[in-house]
Design a binder for this molecule. Sequence first.
Ligand code: ZN
Ligand code: ZN
Length: 368
Amino acid sequence: MNNNKITALQKNIFAKGESASGGKEVDLFLITGINNIFYLTGFTGSSAVLLVTKKDAVFFTDFRYKEQSAREVTLDCRKASSAKIVIVKNSLWTEITSHSIFKGVKKVGFEYSIDYSTYEYLKTKLKGRKLTPLRNKIEDFRIIKNDYEIATITKAVEIADTVFSSITHLIKPGISEEEIAVEFEYQIRKNGGSGISFQTIVASGPNAALPHAIAGSRKIKTGDTVVFDCGAIYKRYCSDMTRTLIIGKNPLAEKVYKIVLEAQETAIKAIKPGVSLKKIDTIARNIITKAGYGKYFGHSLGHGIGLDVHEPPKSSPKSEDYAKPGMIFSVEPGIYLPGKLGVRIEDLVLVTDKGVKILTKSNKCAHL
Ligand code: ZN
Ligand code: ZN
């Protein structure tokens, strides 16, 4: 699945005459984000650091991952003959900062997400070199999914769809939010997922008005809306979907549900290559605003997904991203009425050459 990703990164970051993020050129990029390291090398362990220069790449991990890294890691850089895996013997960062790859390096780029203690350490150890934070350098590559990634995310979506339809019969008066979440999470593992992509949200009644409530001890009652927001992980890739169910009769919930559904479906229909994700957000937001609920839709319309459950691009009033073939992101408008109810409907969509494909297959009927 590697596809010369380090080489592509080298071409982008160290291109002649081109500067790295913010116009600050770097000679070496120090990569610490474990999902970025997986993306670039194929390594599935939990501890590693990757250094990339214009031509070279060195991968550091410790003894625990000696066998695994030998099996998994591909360093497909421009000068593949000198790329290597280093198994550190003592302190990871001492061995990294004293490695010969730093010879002649004056400007070191590091990932913006690095922790502060590591940054402090680097500042001391790499004294005399300029340290530059680089934001979303690898995430920007990850925005466009290749065929393998599309197939893997589609499988993660399928697993969540299958499990959701197999447990919806449990969602009835008397069962607690937690019990539903636990069953969902167990079934995800039983159905081939390696885990859940985030803590499952089962939010009922007034809890449904909290967009990021987690499942608690509240028992479902007649007249509730139940917001069920869930995702599976398959081969490290995430899925994310939300369905809202109305338990019994609730005229206000029916009304709100229709508005959210119209906003969601209209926004999805407008997605095609070249359309701005700000515009997609506006389309959904206008429908909700015109219906009188604008101030009850306080979050962005959608987010990219892949190795992380939230990653670029973003579909929001401030988004500067444009839809491109290979992007996968969520479309998830919602209306939240404090103390009363909440409704959110979320699908993952794939931008295709001609338009859009909805990956999430669970039906959008509010009643069981
Ligand atoms: Zn979600
Ligand atoms: Zn989402």
